[in-house]
Design a protein around this ligand. Structure first.
Ligand code: AMP
Length: 176
């Protein structure tokens, strides 16, 4: 795990003072690192059925698409408000730095489909909580949520696990 952690770039005070931005582009830009991250994120789900990975815009698309390919399942985009072309349902959430809405196509998930949520990082868990709610509103069964990075001090993982969804993370960073 240590080698992957070294590939994350930390940018202090971005996008606002007090935030330590954990930049995964340096990991994605390293061929071995990217490959290892995808393999490790997908690992716990290789032995159970997954119908679709739901990736959260935008970094969740990069990781989620590759994980879906590895698991041999479908990919569903969860996008910022107004970007999906067909009929959508939306869910508002609070970010570590702001308020936003994510949307999903209303026909993206069939009842009882087994869904894996994917994003790069879990902080307060607000984004992932909205993603779980969206999947459940369409009748999906959320079998897990996978992230590269957890910020445990912000409690997101606990929030999602309290919703009955196990989280799989590759590494943790102290602070915000
Ligand atoms: P949250 O909803 O608080 O769990 O925030 C998670 C979302 O915001 C993810 O999509 C992350 O990409 C982004 N995010 C939040 N905090 C950070 C951070 N410190 N560094 C990088 N991305 C972050």
């Amino acid at each position: 795990m240590h080698d992957l952690k070294k590939l994350i770039r930390t940018i202090p005070d971005y996008p606002k003072p007090g935030i330590m931005f954990r930049d995964v582009t340096t990991l994605l830009g390293d061929a071995q690192g990217f490959k290892a991250a995808i393999a490790r994120m997908a690992e716990p789900y290789r032995t159970e059925p997954v119908d679709a990975v739901a990736g959260i815009e935008a970094r969740g698309f990069i990781l989620g698409g590759a994980i879906a390919d590895r698991l041999g399942c479908a990919f569903i985009p969860m996008r910022k408000k107004g970007r999906l072309p067909w009929k959508t349902i939306g869910q508002e959430y609070t970010l570590e730095y702001g308020v936003d809405t994510i949307e999903i196509h209303e026909d993206a998930i069939d009842a009882d489909e087994r869904i894996l949520i994917v994003d790069d990082l879990i902080a307060t868990g607000g984004t992932a909580e909205a993603a779980v709610k969206l999947a459940r509103r369409l009748g999906g069964h959320v079998i897990g949520a996978a992230f590269i990075i957890d910020l445990p001090e912000l409690g997101g993982r606990k929030l999602i696990e309290a919703m009955g969804v196990n989280c799989h993370v590759l590494m943790a960073f102290e602070g915000h």
